[in-house]
Write a protein that binds this ligand. Structure first.
Ligand SMILES: [Zn+2]
Length: 125
């Protein structure tokens, strides 16, 4: 009896994981490749979304730290950061879907997405 329950649990979890993967894959497929943008999150909360097609300097003021992301010629790069390690500033400019720049000390993640809405991010979070 006990063994049987465990097996069912495993099956249920696998099915759930498969379904989730299928949904995510479908969403990625239907997102389209045009209109790329960067999504900036601070401590897993969405700070803002900015199109890569538009040159911009985004000041990411989290209240305790300040970073600056520069969008230029369709790429995004961390150009200023007050974190101690400055690793984010040494990461290469991103422009392709799902590329990221991470500032670990300041809990900032910048991700390139294929445009469209942010429903994918809502599911992942
Ligand atoms: Zn940093």
């Amino acid at each position: 009896m006990h063994k049987r329950l465990q097996k069912n649990d495993v099956l249920f979890l696998s099915a759930t994981a498969l379904l989730l993967a299928a949904v995510l894959a479908a969403m990625l497929l239907f997102r389209g490749k045009s209109g790329k943008q960067v999504v900036i999150t601070v401590d897993r909360e969405v700070f803002g979304t900015y199109p890569l097609s538009q040159d911009n300097v985004v000041r990411i003021d989290t209240g305790t730290s300040v970073n600056e992301l520069t969008i230029e010629n369709g790429t995004a790069k961390m150009t200023e950061a007050d974190c101690p390690d400055k690793l984010c500033m040494h990461q290469k400019a991103i422009s392709r879907e799902r590329e990221t720049i991470v500032c670990l000390p300041n809990k900032i993640v910048v991700t390139v997405t294929g445009g469209g809405d942010s429903s994918l991010d809502a599911i992942v979070n």
